[in-house]
Write a protein that binds this ligand. Sequence first.
Ligand SMILES: [Zn+2]
Length: 168
Amino acid sequence: MAAKAKAKATATKKTKAKKRSSSSARQSAVDSQFRNFTPYQPKKSEQYMNDAQLAHFRDILNNWRRELMEEVDRTVHHMQDEAANFPDPADRATQEEEFSIELRTRDRERKLIKKIDQTIDRLDQEDYGYCDTCGIEIGLRRLEARPTATQCVDCKSLDEIKERQIHG
Ligand SMILES: [Zn+2]
């Protein structure tokens, strides 16, 4: 009860804080997992990667792709706006550093968009959701966490171990 009353009292403050954090923390769709969907609940006898499941993942991939595209646009516009605002060379040096970070992010976004496109191609061919290495079902929960996954958890970790042995 007391907590409820307190929550009510601070409600106005909270709205302000929320507003601030949402404008400053522009989290990239590249870094964050795409979570803007309702997890799929399969029926007991449901076949893996039936039409409904394929449609579910197609939605996730398309929405994720659109979000990334919007982000790329925002970055480009942001850089164009900023470039005009700093005629001073000293300011521009700092700014170029910021730009190179933004460009790297954009590069990662582009690569991810390409990967999403390849994944959508696989969906079209109904070749989605199975491990490239061993052929087993990757599984709905893993695919929802990593919609572009092409390997099951076991094969992926095995590859990562091999990778570390070669490079590290
Ligand atoms: Zn596998």
